[in-house]
Design a protein around this ligand. Structure first.
Ligand SMILES: [Mn+2]
Length: 347
């Protein structure tokens, strides 16, 4: 369900920025459960950010971090900024503290980005992030180039929320922090069903449940629940879908006119790609929707060994092997024509 892509571009990511330290899954992180504690120790004002068009994992990981720091360091000044996201996430503790614009004249000792694969994906908050003298990133996107001074990027992990959990002291994770992390994991795993759901994911989810998390409240309340308009646009997307490349690829286009007819924003398209993905015989599912700016947002999922991240990166996007995306200029039909030959090479 989660939109999982970055608009990684080498020129932009390396412009003036020295790549920092990156810990990947094969690296041992000393005193891992105190990774966050040890770093925030000397910071008095901390900015917490996620990626543009925040999904469940972006909101869950950033609010999880916010709640952890608030619980354990009540004297620190915390600021959390995110773009607009689904109203479903309002159930999380301290959600009302999330700012959608930077406070005027704000400056921060430290900035922490969660679930954000590149500088561009910080959107309007990128400058504030890079102005902070200490910068950390907690992520699981394979395309993350290490734009922070110190990044933990574990591409095998189900979610940034899972990576973040392993960097916190489990004894000091409160119920409200646990709820945020659980929501992030649930959303990025499509409720524990994507291939990134590992034994560790289930073990962490189990520990979070033990903290008192109500699984059904989070799963039904934020994942399966749909508004009438969301169901209508899902239906439209399924009707529009066509089989391509010998039935190995399913592509659905949503025009601007259709988006407007159902009053749909990109948030309302969550879950459509996952429904396309389970079409029998299809290895790759593609959803192309026209934005208001004359380009299209492309989401791709692979249910085979096909690497959709490689396809997305050819169009300036990125993400994970099985879930990736990009933004391509043109009408939906034109974008489909540009994409299909590249997708054919990934099969
Ligand atoms: Mn994520």
């Amino acid at each position: 369900m989660a939109e999982e892509y970055g608009t990684t571009s080498c020129t932009e990511n390396t412009a003036g920025e020295t790549a920092g330290i990156i810990y990947r899954e094969t690296d041992v992180i000393p005193d891992r459960i105190h990774f966050i504690d040890n770093r925030v120790k000397d910071a008095s004002s901390i900015l917490i950010l996620g990626h543009v068009r925040p999904d469940g994992d972006a909101v869950g990981s950033t609010l999880g971090l916010y709640n952890y720091l608030k619980d354990n360091y009540p004297d620190k000044k915390l600021t959390i900024c995110l773009g607009n996201y689904s109203a479903d996430f309002k159930m999380l503790s301290c959600e009302d503290q999330v700012l959608h614009e930077l406070p005027k004249n704000a400056s921060f000792d430290m900035a922490i980005a969660c679930d954000t694969s590149s500088r561009d994906r910080l959107g309007d908050f990128a400058d504030a992030y890079f102005q902070a003298p200490r910068r950390i990133c907690v992520d699981h996107h394979v395309t993350n180039p290490g734009y922070a001074q110190e990044s933990v990027v574990e591409a095998e992990a189900s979610s940034a929320s899972e990576v973040l959990y392993t960097l916190l002291d489990p004894e000091r994770i409160s119920l409200r922090t646990a709820e945020c992390l659980y929501l992030g994991i649930v959303h990025d795993t499509g409720v524990f069903k994507h291939s990134t759901t590992h034994k560790s994911t289930m073990e962490i989810a189990g520990i979070l449940l033990e903290k008192g998390v109500s699984s059904s409240q989070i799963i039904d309340g934020t994942f399966y629940h749909k508004t009438y308009n969301q169901n209508q646009i899902l239906g439209q997307a399924l009707i529009n879908a066509t089989l391509e490349l010998d039935g190995k690829v399913i592509v659905s286009l949503l025009s601007r006119e259709e988006m407007d007819r159902y009053h749909a924003t990109s948030v309302d398209l969550d879950g459509i790609i996952d429904q396309l993905r389970v079409t029998e015989g299809c290895e790759i599912a593609v959803l192309i929707n026209e934005s208001m700016y004359g380009d299209c947002k492309v989401s791709m999922r692979s249910s085979s060994t096909a690497n959709v991240s490689a396809v997305a990166s050819q169009f300036g996007g990125g993400g994970h092997v099985k879930a990736a995306g990009c933004t391509v200029h043109g009408k939906a039909e034109e974008v489909k024509k540009k994409l299909l030959p590249v997708i054919a090479t990934a099969l």
